[in-house]
Design a protein. Structure first.
Ligand code: ZN
Ligand code: ZN
Length: 119
């Protein structure tokens, strides 16, 4: 039995990776704030700017100062970004209550879609 095919395990692993990639893919024109809150809801925080980086790479690769800007506002990890940088977007405890992202007007914009809320 030294020739037991590991094929199915490999395939399953690839499938999971692909699925994960797809699940964590920012939606079309989804803003950073909505994306981060959605990912936190699904996958939680790993004490890094994991979702901020993922969004930046996918949506605004030229926004190289994004992480520094988040840190300047007190966002040293994804959940701190949610609570300190975009508090008005993060009032929803339940993902079901989360309104859909209105979308950013221009791809690459790092502004949240509800930036004018309450101001
Ligand atoms: Zn955190
Ligand atoms: Zn949004």
């Amino acid at each position: 039995m030294d020739n037991e095919p590991a094929e199915s395990a490999v395939t399953a692993e690839r499938y999971v990776t692909a699925l994960r990639e797809e699940l964590t893919e920012p939606r079309d024109k989804e803003c950073l704030a909505c994306y981060v809150s959605r990912m936190l809801e699904e996958f939680g925080c790993d004490n890094h700017l994991r979702w901020v980086r993922r969004w930046r790479d996918a949506c605004a690769p030229r926004a190289t100062a994004l992480e520094r800007r988040m840190e300047e506002k007190g966002g040293f990890c994804d959940c701190e970004v949610a609570y300190n940088v975009y508090p008005e977007q993060m009032l929803y405890d339940d993902a079901a209550d989360l309104p859909p992202c209105k979308g950013v007007s221009r791809r690459g914009s790092t502004l949240p879609c509800r930036d004018d809320a309450g101001r």
